[in-house]
Design a protein around this ligand. Structure first.
Ligand code: HEC
Length: 99
């Protein structure tokens, strides 16, 4: 057990090292999340950041908020489904204000 255990730990160590190396090599040139790019293009001219409009969705559950945005955004500058989804994912991940 202890032998397999240490081999396993060694493998885990290698895996973590490889991940760190990957993250480091991605560096500052790492691509923007798709949702952020779409937001910059479609929304940022009017809403510099989502902070203000996201406050009104603050008390909703994640499902309700997604449903509400999915209902509203097709006629509010995000008619394209893929980009709308990306924006909603990005808002949900990064811009839900703390309660
Ligand atoms: C041409 C300007 C403009 C663009 C582009 C724009 N918005 Fe808006 N948006 C507004 C205005 C004006 C309001 C209403 C005032 C407010 O709530 O700040 C608004 C309101 C909202 C609201 C609140 C909805 C509500 O019921 O009050 C959300 C959410 C929103 N926008 C998201 C977005 C997203 C996401 C994008 C990009 C897909 C976007 N907006 C693009 C001008 C814009």
């Amino acid at each position: 057990m202890s032998r397999t255990g240490s081999a396993f730990r060694a493998m885990l160590g290698l895996g973590a090292g490889a991940l760190v190396a990957l993250a480091a090599s991605a560096g500052p040139a790492r691509a923007q999340p798709a949702g952020e790019a779409a937001y910059q293009e479609l929304c940022a001219s009017c809403h510099r950041t989502p902070a203000r409009f996201m406050r009104r969705y603050q008390s909703m559950t994640s499902e309700a908020r997604r449903a509400e945005l999915e209902r509203f955004l097709p006629r509010h500058y995000a008619p394209d489904e893929a980009r709308r989804r990306a924006i909603i994912d990005w808002l949900e991940e990064r811009h839900v204000p703390a309660r």
